[in-house]
Design a protein around this ligand. Structure first.
Ligand SMILES: C[S@@+](CC[C@H](N)C(=O)[O-])C[C@H]1O[C@@H](n2cnc3c(N)ncnc32)[C@H](O)[C@@H]1O
Length: 373
């Protein structure tokens, strides 16, 4: 620690942090000066002629201080992987196979995509678009060590377990530990992560776990403890027409504050053309499995104006808001309510695309993006 020598100044500075964040000359100057008046006390300086010269990459350095060493691992991996392979994926709680849709959209060549899912409607949507490209493993609880040995090595483990028993929005939530609830399924992700790491041996594993941002701190801290890090908090409104604040625990080589933001997309941009539909909001609030979540604000208003009357979002528009192709969930004569139930649980394709783009340098990747599954 270095203490400011100015009388009455209570400030103390951590030398490790200063070394990490200041440019080397400034840091040495601080050490040499005796007595030393701190950055805020030194009279001679103004903000325009600042004594503190930060490193040009100080933002990245601050972020990396709170992270594990994934970045250097990933950089080494790029060097090692001169010959890029197709990616092998294990997707837990696969839902609408959003993970596969996004990888293909990014042009990443997929060798194997193993998935665990139990909802018949979700399975039907996945089968309609991907057929046997998705290799279904059934209930996550049935994925044994032997099964992982059979499908290893895995390059990417993804999953977002059900949030209904974790979310603050549900006052009757059962939490992380009640065996009757779905919150405990997080531990299945954690168990399988440990297994894959062990069985993969030296093969690098990228992993990614998602859940709602509105969960009690104690759940979040417990998840941190098991996954060994703090999550990134990202709002899908930065990439799509919907606010969807989510926590992402991962070891992907990305800086959440500098994710590429393709184009600003608002609700108006995705409304069905030629139907005189006008959006009353720029971005909609988080869509859940509940029909009421499509209504906006305290007054619960419908967000669309059509021929002088308010209207709800159509289900094809909702698909587009999430980044899915229109009619993606239009299978098996599913009702609009059932389709919303599937979409309301899913990942935002635009957000996942921004996140998974960081995987492109590591795998065989044809950079022309396509929107088709
Ligand atoms: C939050 S959703 C994940 C949606 C997915 N990320 C997507 O983009 O569509 C959780 C999923 O876990 C599935 N699930 C629940 N219990 C499961 C279990 N025991 N094994 C496998 N999947 C399960 C649910 O059916 C649901 O589709």
């Amino acid at each position: 620690m270095i203490i400011c020598d100015k009388e009455d100044c209570p400030r103390v500075y951590c030398t490790a942090c200063m070394k990490h964040l200041l440019c080397p000359t400034t840091y040495e100057q601080v050490l040499r000066e005796d007595p030393w008046e701190c950055f805020l006390c030194a009279k001679s300086q103004s903000f325009t002629d600042s004594f503190v010269k930060p490193r040009t990459n100080w933002k990245a350095k601050i972020i990396s201080m709170f992270r594990t060493n994934f970045k250097s691992n990933a950089q080494q991996l790029v060097k090692r992987n001169r010959e890029k392979k197709k990616i092998r994926v294990l997707s837990l709680f696969d839902g609408l196979s959003t993970g596969l849709l996004v990888l293909l959209k990014l042009g990443i060549a997929v060798d194997k995509y193993y998935a665990s899912e139990i909802d018949p409607d979700a399975l039907m949507v996945s089968a309609t678009h991907f057929g046997d490209r998705v290799i279904h493993l059934g209930n996550v609880k049935g994925i044994t060590k032997e099964k992982i040995k059979e499908i290893a090595p895995i390059d990417l483990l993804i999953g977002g377990s059900p949030c209904n028993d974790l979310s603050l929005a549900n006052p009757a939530r059962l939490g992380l530990h009640d065996p009757k609830g779905t919150g405990v399924l997080f531990f299945e992700y954690s168990r399988i992560l440990d297994l894959v790491k062990k069985i993969n041996n030296k093969r690098h594993l990228f992993w990614f776990y998602e859940n709602v941002a509105s969960m009690p701190t104690e759940y979040r801290l417990e998840i941190n403890k098991h996954l060994g890090q703090e999550p990134d908090t990202i709002d899908s409104a930065d990439f799509s027409p919907q606010h969807r604040l989510r926590l992402y625990w991962h070891n992907l080589p990305l800086e959440p504050h500098s994710l590429p933001n393709q184009e600003q997309q608002d609700v108006q941009d995705i409304l069905t053309p030629h139907c005189q539909r006008y959006s009353l909001v720029k971005k909609i609030r988080t869509v859940t499995t509940k029909v009421n979540s499509l209504k906006q604000g305290k007054l619960a208003l419908k967000p669309i104006l059509m021929k002088d009357e308010t209207d709800s979002l159509w289900i094809t528009e909702l698909e587009e808001i999430f980044g899915f192709p229109r009619h993606y969930t239009d299978v098996k004569n599913l009702s609009a309510t059932k389709r919303q139930k599937l979409i309301g649980k899913s990942w935002s394709v635009q957000t996942l695309t921004a996140i998974f783009r960081s995987l492109c340098p590591f795998f065989e990747c044809n950079t022309t993006e396509t929107n088709r599954p």
